[in-house]
Design a protein around this ligand. Sequence first.
Ligand SMILES: CCCCCCCCCCCCC/C=C/[C@@H](O)[C@H](COP(=O)(O)O)NC(=O)CCCCCCCCCCCCCCC
Length: 216
Amino acid sequence: MDYPETDFSLKVVLISFKQCLNENEEVLLDHYIDSWKGLVRFLNSLGAIFSFISKDVVSKLQIMEHLRNSPQYEHYTSLQSMIAYEVGNKLVDIDRRSRPRYPNSGCRTVLRLHRALRWLQLFLEGLRTSPEDARTSTLCSDAYNATLAAYHSWIVRQAVTVAFCALPTRKVFLEAMHVGSSEQAVEMLGEALPFIEHVYDVSQKLYAEHSLLDLP
Ligand SMILES: CCCCCCCCCCCCC/C=C/[C@@H](O)[C@H](COP(=O)(O)O)NC(=O)CCCCCCCCCCCCCCC
């Protein structure tokens, strides 16, 4: 997905989550990776202070692309096929007390992105429903504390807190989405958020069914 900078719209990125699910509710990894690439692009447009976050996401996307280009690529078509393959062949580190053998498993890598998707969902819902004078840094850290913070070290939590302070105001943030006025951006969020929620819910159910929600 490559847009000229002026044509870049967060709407395209958020709506692209719709394509991540097929009619059988399989989470399609190529689309999942592409949607995340769009988010990274938006994140980069917000400034260099967020680059430590986008670098981490990019490294996880590279792991997934590597698996998709490996001889086992067919097993990495969907989240369902990936879990069946990695769990079935014991290619996932389950026990955090043992020495890690598969630090780059697809299951643990997607789990990190999946948790971040919940942050995104809460943050965007906060933006959508908050009053005009709400502080983006507060919306962002409330969503973070309710989701990712529990999985991050003290040092990462501090760095994230500093980065949140660099966020623009709610109005500027909504306009940076390039979907028109802040009111139009809010409307777009109402349209697009259900797609993200659906992908999140299907993935969450899958990880829970396989007891994979706490992968080290
Ligand atoms: C708009 C502001 C963006 C704020 C982003 C808030 C989320 C903060 C996440 C901070 C991650 C810090 C970097 C390091 C993380 C890793 O330690 C940690 C664990 O990985 P490991 O088990 O391999 O070690 N990694 C993770 O938890 C994955 C974090 C992924 C963060 C994704 C953030 C998505 C940003 C998308 C921005 C799009 C904004 C659109 C909003 C309109």
